[in-house]
Design a binder for this molecule. Structure first.
Ligand SMILES: Cc1cc2nc3c(=O)[nH]c(=O)nc-3n(C[C@H](O)[C@H](O)[C@H](O)COP(=O)(O)OP(=O)(O)OC[C@H]3O[C@@H](n4cnc5c(N)ncnc54)[C@H](O)[C@@H]3O)c2cc1C
Length: 639
């Protein structure tokens, strides 16, 4: 359930929001807008403090109805000297509904356009981190849903400004206590400015105890005083706490022009890097990312496993990118996906079923399929199936091209990297003849299974290769006219659960279907095999018998076509993302397995965040689970 809010009459367009949980109003007597500007922005010296900076990071202890975020966004947008990237990290234990957030902004008409954009992304706020993206990726809101102290346990970033907000210390003492401020202090550098509207003695004492030097400043009537200060502890900061690396943008070589490499290139270019993407092939997306169309759907598990949570973060990131860069219903479509649980009914986490708990947020992601959705698939009522609301299909190659077209990215084909040479602070990429392909201060290996060989030629200390495995896959596809029988026997949305079917993908002229796929470990061959077509047909018969029947003629007459590619997987079945052991400025972003569409955009943002010491789009321990794994020895994949 979203947090319950009562709207009290106060003569304004939206009314005054009141929290029955805390017995307190969301806004001060000053009004939300004035408080945001006077207390928080001005209190932290903004916008002057961020002028000319490449990046800025605001940390807020209570998101509430998002007013401070909206006002900061508005100030950033209006400022010609704004930082290139603004991070806003906000903690919230009890998220309000998207409708209440918009209603709260109605009192301030100039904020409505911002609030409407915010509303569109406020869904599925289960506990954990949620990265919302605005302004072409230059304004990043990380909503941390849960207990503030737990959320800040392992911060990865340094905040430049801190807004301490929340219900009054009498009503919600937890958010103002020394433990919360200790957690906040862990995210501060010496000089981080802090501001709040309360001057309560207990708050000042707790802040002082945690290293903040604060003083009262005159408020705007009727408010007498506000509090401002800086993080200036009297003690030396522990070395581990000082400055995560904030790498200055320079040149970068990305090897691999598939989903992983193109996404990294776009994320780095947004931060000011000059990126050269090299690929052995003559066209972009010539590897696994050349799949005609892929299915995007979250993973679910009864214990809401790491993979399940990461898949939701990945899908949120991918849908944002598709929405911003692709043509809906031509290059992609957020149709939703039906998961036919072929072997047995899938259990959802127990907490997702509690009406007063997470049921509403969870149902933004996944819910039991309805009889109408089953009927659209010609599956009998009662068939165990889930409906993934945030699912759909995407043509990966379209997205790769869109990412490669980002300002700051240049792409070079027929450029197979065979050798690395270190030149001072830069890496030189050479081809087989020893000619330079590119030279840069940073390298990202995003070459699918090829990343393993590329890391080996970089001379891994200890000689341990990356633990990456090649998995050959063949998909089947064909065309159908929109009014032809096969198209009518199929649902308008993809189905997965035992292989998958993307039934109606526009492909000039007409519509196409894509189904599959085979799964063969340690095989790097992309030669098409007729027996794999039959394997895919067999899988489809189990997944969607009616669709298989409608396509039988195409499979039997040899009209069904094949497409083969090589996936790259890791032992953990999670992507491999991080700096290579002992290799300065060489990173890997690979191991997307069967979920390149789920993980590519998230991994790219995670890589950029780690590189710059920015807030991460996922919790630290989730990010750490993706750190590169190494193999003890190196059996080669064969054709
Ligand atoms: C049959 C099949 C079906 C799939 N279905 C889905 C699906 O429905 N949904 C989904 O999310 N995912 C799906 N996937 C997985 C998805 O396609 C991959 O996860 C994703 O494309 C991987 O992207 P990538 O950029 O890591 O690798 P790739 O797209 O393989 O790109 C790697 C690139 O590196 C280049 N390269 C390699 N070595 C070098 C070198 N030395 N020098 C220069 N360039 C080099 C290659 O030429 C290649 O272009 C499927 C995969 C297959 C095979």
């Amino acid at each position: 359930m979203p947090e319950r809010i009562e709207w009290l009459e106060d003569g304004t367009a939206g009314g005054s929001p009141y929290s029955p949980r805390f017995g307190d109003r969301y806004r001060s007597e000053l009004g939300g807008l004035e408080q945001a500007r006077e207390v928080f922005l001005k209190g932290c010296g903004l916008p002057q403090a961020w002028a000319g900076q490449p990046q800025w990071c605001v940390l807020e202890t209570g998101f509430g109805l998002g007013l401070n975020f909206l006002v900061t966004w508005q100030a950033w947008k209006a400022d010609p000297l704004r930082p290139r990237l603004l991070h806003f990290v906000s903690l919230e234990a009890y998220p309000a509904s998207a409708d209440d957030v918009l209603r709260s902004a109605r009192t301030h008409p100039e904020l409505i356009p911002f609030a409407e954009q915010l509303k569109r992304q406020l869904c599925g706020l289960l506990p954990g981190f949620h990265r919302l993206v605005f302004e072409g990726g230059q304004l990043l809101l990380t909503l941390c849903i849960g207990d503030a102290k737990a959320m800040l346990r392992e911060p990865s970033f340094e905040a430049d400004s801190v807004y301490l907000d929340g219900f009054s210390p009498q009503r919600n003492p937890d958010i103002w206590d020394v433990h919360t401020f200790k957690a906040v202090a862990r995210c501060c550098r010496r000089g981080t400015r802090v501001a709040t509207w309360t001057v309560a003695r207990s708050v000042r004492d707790a802040l002082a105890q945690c290293g903040f030097v604060v003083h009262k400043v005159p408020g705007t009537p009727p408010k007498r005083d506000n509090l401002q200060g800086e993080y200036q502890p009297a003690w030396e900061l522990k070395k581990s706490r000082i400055a995560p690396e904030r790498k200055a943008p320079a040149r970068c070589i990305v090897v691999g022009a598939g989903l992983a490499g193109a996404a990294v290139a776009a994320s780095l270019a947004r931060r000011g890097w000059q990126v050269t993407v090299l690929d052995a092939a003559g066209t972009p997306a010539a590897g696994a990312s050349g799949l005609p169309a892929g299915v995007l759907a979250p993973h679910v598990s009864p214990d809401d496993s790491l993979l399940s949570r990461l898949s939701r973060s990945g899908i949120r990131a991918m849908l944002q990118q598709a929405d911003a860069l692709l043509q809906m219903n031509i290059d992609w479509s957020p149709t939703g996906v039906l998961e036919h649980c072929v072997e047995h009914a899938r259990q959802l986490p127990a907490a997702w079923q509690e009406p007063d708990g997470l049921a509403t947020a969870a149902s933004d992601w996944t819910r039991p399929a309805t009889p109408a959705q089953l009927a659209a698939c010609s599956l009998p009522p009662g068939t165990p199936a889930l409906w993934h609301v945030q699912g759909g299909w995407i043509k990966p190659a379209r997205l790769v091209r869109a990412w490669l077209a980002s300002p700051g990215v240049s792409w070079r084909g027929n450029a197979a990297v065979s050798q690395w040479v270190r030149h001072g602070a830069a890496w030189q990429a050479l081809d087989a003849a020893g000619h330079e392909l590119a030279c840069a201060e940073l390298v990202v290996l995003a070459a699918g299974y090829g990343s393993r060989a590329l890391s080996e030629i970089a001379g891994q200390p200890g000689g341990r290769p990356l633990a990456l495995q090649a998995i050959r896959g063949q998909a089947s596809w064909g065309r159908h006219a929109p009014d032809a029988e096969p198209a009518q026997a199929m649902p308008a949305f993809p189905v997965n659960g035992h292989g998958s079917l993307a039934p109606r993908v526009p492909l000039e002229p007409g519509l196409a279907w894509v189904t599959g796929s085979t799964f063969e470990r340690d095989n790097t061959s992309t030669t098409l095999r007729p027996e794999d077509e039959q394997h895919n047909f067999g899988k489809l018969k189990t997944l969607l018998p009616a669709a298989a029947q409608a396509l039988a003629a195409q499979f039997e007459s040899g009209q069904a076509q094949g497409w083969a590619g090589v996936r790259c997987a890791t032992p953990s079945r999670l992507p491999s993302l991080g700096r290579l052991e002992g290799r300065p400025d060489m990173w890997v972003c690979s191991g997307m397995g069967s979920r390149g569409l789920t993980f590519a955009a998230l991994c790219a943002e995670l890589l950029a965040a780690r590189l710059h010491g920015e807030p991460l789009p996922v919790e630290q321990r989730q990010a750490d689970a993706l750190l590169p794994q190494y193999a003890a020895h190196a059996p080669a994949a064969v054709d």
